[in-house]
Design a protein around this ligand. Sequence first.
Ligand code: 9PG
Length: 552
Amino acid sequence: MDANNIKYDIKYVVDGKKYVCNESQCQHFNLDTVVEEGILKVKLDAKAKVSFVKFDLRFPYTYLQNDKIFVNGYQSWTDSMEYEPKGQMKELTKLTEFLVTKTILKRIGLPKAGDILFWDYPRKSGIFYGWSYGYVRRGEDVEIFGSLNERYGYTVVTFDCNANEIVISKELEGVEYVGESKLLELAHICGKYDRAFDEYFDKMGVKSRENKKRCGYTSWYNYYGRVSEQDIKRDLESIANQDTKFDCFQIDDGYQENIGDWLITDKDKFPSGMKAVADSIHSKGMIAGLWLAPFAAVKRSKLFKQHPDWFIKDKHGRPYNTGHNWGGFYSLDIYNEGAREYIKHVFDVVLNEWGYDLVKLDFLYGACVLPMHGKTRGEIMCDAMDLLRECCGDKLILGCGVPLMPAFGKVDYCRIGSDVQLYWKNQKHRIRDDTSTPHTICNTIFRRHLGGRAWMNDPDVFMLRDYNMKMTFEQRKLVAKINSTFGSLLFISDDVSRYGEEQKAVLKETFAQKDIKIISAEFVEQDVMQVAFEENGKLVTIKFNVRNGQYA
Ligand code: 9PG
């Protein structure tokens, strides 16, 4: 990176008038751009109230044919993988984008989990973009381009192989800048894969809060929202009565009367209440986990009915729908005092009165879907993660549905891929954040560098059961192998008392503590992934098609 080699591509507004700027200095502001010890720093000095519509810095970069390019999806669920320079990202078509953003379908909020409402997709071969960081890999060597701080606004890293450029953009919507402000700190790091990521996290000053692998259970991927105390009691007993050791048992979505009313338990489904459930988990010697979406609420919740003013509003002052799940939901404005007090109270009850040790905090992206209060989306998400950590003290947080970098070092475990499905098949027009077995498998492999650095990676569950299942046993075992090789939170959702001898043996083997060293993991043909690793000193190679889960 060379500060003299930058092309500025900036569009901004002052007093309602649009301007273009292609220099570091213009009529309304100066940019102070320097490179110090491999860190590119950009500071703004605005002489008027400036709002940026586009803020791109372009650098020359020569791509080679055999380079592999990694771009990081917006949040936990977004598909993330390595591409070849001539490849193309699988984005929504213009038509689907139009349907879900401009027509009546917008009401159901389908695309709000991702970035489609605030970032233009390139939709061309040879152009790849991702959030906060990305890399170009040449064999074992990578060059990371990574933001050091998303509080100045999200950073988008685009690899443009057609123009032989790298574009660093800032997402600065919603802020009027005046006077001095930092806009960017970006590290450029070259080295072997693991060493380069160590250096990137050192430069950010981020450390993983946890280093423990955990084996456990979550209720979601068998019962989904229909879970009941009976299911939980039975599965808990089954786990306690067999010999593979579990250390975590987590209740997912479905115990609460309504999304948002976390403290009002559905008494028909959980008649003994959630404290009794935590107590029974503890009595079996496991830590107890509970799912909640601390910022979310549906219209019919008591929370929303009593405090509609605590929620994020659109520019007309109406509550803004932040996603389609549960028939549509809204998200709390984390800067509203009442909302903050409510969130604190919820955690106080869940963690201290009920006694849960781990909370799976989901749909967190909702906090920052719109810029507000003169803050960018990136700053809001950083503040939201600070609030959650403050509320949870030293208890364990499993992050989910969260824009990644604001959660670095804030959560103990984090989902780094979409939800696994009960089948493994290729779905051509999948939204990038939606449930998908191929997406979650790719993410488990290609986001492995976050594990042990930002947090411990949650690859989502593997399932070995034969009932309520549409994967072949070979496919189920493959998910288990990928998860235990690349991930750290190894959860199932099965009633283990229904396992046969082979399933019991695979479970034991998957949960066993192993010494693993990844040697390589990459696409060797279209959709064909090859992974090579040492397991307890023995070389293992696996080659399979990620789209259909068949060995290649
Ligand atoms: C509970 C679930 C589970 C699961 C989470 C999350 O894009 N989508 O439509 C979409 C739906 C559900 C979803 C993720 C994405 O699942 O990942 O583990 O906790 O919520 O409701």
